[in-house]
Write a protein that binds this ligand. Sequence first.
Ligand code: URA
Length: 190
Amino acid sequence: MKKATRETQLRKISEEIEACVQCREGKLGRAVAGEGSAYAEIAFIGEAPGKEEAKVGRPFIGRSGKFLRSMIREIGLEEKEVFITSPVKYLPRRGTPTRADITHGRGHLFQQLAVVDPKIIVLMGKIASRAVLDREVSVSQEHGEIIKEGDKAYLITFHPAAAMRFPKIRKEFTDDFRKLKGLLTKKKPR
Ligand code: URA
């Protein structure tokens, strides 16, 4: 039998997320599975959808999302060539996801990453870092580090919402994106 295309595989995972009773427990609004290229070299991982995202069903379209998307463009990428998602796929009723939300959501996230197979994974904040690396991370101490594991490179940075709020964090976030740009030009000459 012919293997399903990556797009079809991703769509199937999105449908599973939309139908997932556990994902929805204690949450609000629409499912936000993620979006972007099924062949992305780089994936950006956040925390959980906010109100705007839960209304529309798309990731990072609110204030912090607009900021993230402008930073993505600033390093020479197009939004449609990256993959953007979060470990938690619904808006948590209390804003912050619980440990159980993260543990459950990472299952869906890992399925998505297995399909897209990005070479660079940007972990934006403590929750993204914990979900993917399965350990506690001090973002202020570890941000900007490139962690190489197998054929993947992980870059820990701040969540864009924190970068928008605090000028010092914004500067560090911008520096981390500069590093990311360095990684990209090494990988794909333009
Ligand atoms: N913040 C996130 O972490 N994810 C979103 O999709 C939106 C805001």
